[in-house]
Design a protein around this ligand. Structure first.
Ligand code: PEP
Ligand code: MN
Length: 337
């Protein structure tokens, strides 16, 4: 249930509404937006008479939410959520870029790529230290040594770090080195992991599962939000379909759909979506045109030698050309980088 607080309500009235809801057994999430305050009352009570709340002083409106996700829903929070990271904001009018290699491979590699990322005006460096590989024989990542290297490279160039956490016992270590936690497609429905990153004081980027519906994806975001972490953003990375010419099928329409259903920022990852270097720029351009709040792009200076995902990595010069094209598209739709 969502309770819209009247514009003229006093803090005392709001507190009273919260107390009444708690007495009725609801868990409370309050959102103080620019326009108005909204209270999300969580609890499955199909026969609850909403008039009990509607008559309270300070209540403008009460809605039952039929969507199964509540805290992630647009009805809970009308304005777009933003996540502030020192010198950069995720969400809002500006489009954010995340770039870097699939995996951290060596000090030389990550420093080289961090420099390219910084020179392109990008603020967030990506790189996996714990890699979710389909084969147990493939490179699994450098682990904690990798985390140390990406932190060092990011600090050298004034960048933020995003990196993936694969399991609960890695969270503390990843939080020591990362500014943003990435939850990958394969873990989108690892509910135990979602609950734990919900208790962490770092933004989380939640990638869409390989075969997840948008509703399932938003339900996974709900797990993180309902455990207390409000700094969640999403990332469309392609889904499994019958098509085989690309690695996955890029679900571009997920971007406007998420914007309608949710206040959370939504990014796009054309690299994993198409899996082919030459198809990444057109889909990156399309994602910006479709309203993505940011992009995640894999780059590599020697993709033929990359330990993972070389065929989809953009070369540094392709990446800088793409950045210039994206700026033009952004300005055509009233946004900027
Ligand atoms: C990644 O971004 O490194 C990754 C493994 O992507 P996904 O989880 O989308 O497959
Ligand atoms: Mn990759």
């Amino acid at each position: 249930m969502v309770i819209v607080i009247s514009k003229h309500a006093t803090e005392h009235e709001i507190k009273n509404i919260v107390l009444r809801l708690e007495d009725e057994g609801f868990k409370i999430h309050r959102s103080d937006g620019e326009q108005r305050t909204i209270i999300g009352a969580i609890g499955v009570k199909p026969n609850f008479d909403t008039r009990k709340i509607k008559i309270l002083d300070g209540v403008a409106d009460v809605y039952r939410i039929t969507a199964p996700f509540k805290l992630a829903s647009r009805s809970f929070k009308e304005d777009n959520s933003t996540i502030v990271l020192k010198d950069t904001v995720i969400g809002g009018n500006k489009i954010s870029m995340i770039a870097g290699p699939c995996a951290i491979e060596s000090e030389k590699q990550i420093f080289h790529l961090a420099k390219i990322v910084a020179e392109a005006g990008v603020k967030i460096l990506r790189g996996g230290a714990f890699k979710p590989r389909s084969s147990p024989y493939s490179f699994q990542g450098l682990g904690i040594d990798g985390l140390k290297l990406i932190r060092k490279a990011a600090d050298a160039y004034g960048l933020h770090v995003i990196t993936e956490v694969l399991q609960i016992n890695q969270i503390d270590e990843v939080c020591k080195y990362a500014d943003i936690i990435q939850l990958g497609a394969r873990n989108m429905q690892n509910f135990a992991l979602l609950k734990e990153v919900g208790k962490v004081n770092k933004p989380v980027m939640l990638k869409r599962g390989l075969s997840a519906t948008i509703e399932e994806w938003l339900m996974s975001a709900e797990y993180i939000l309902s455990n207390g972490n409000k700094n969640v953003f999403l990332c469309e990375r392609g889904i499994r379909t019958f098509e085989t010419y690309t690695r996955n099928t890029f679900d571009l329409s997920a971007i406007p759909v998420v914007h309608e259903k949710s206040h959370l920022p939504v990014f796009a990852d054309p690299s994993h979506a198409v899996g082919l270097r030459d198809k990444v720029p057109p889909m990156a351009r399309a994602a910006v045109a479709a309203g993505a709040d940011g992009l995640m792009i894999e780059i590599h200076n020697e993709p033929e030698k990359a330990l993972s995902d070389g065929p989809q990595a953009l070369l540094p010069e392709q990446f800088s050309t793409l950045m210039e094209e994206l700026k033009l598209i952004a300005s055509a739709i009233g946004r900027s980088f």
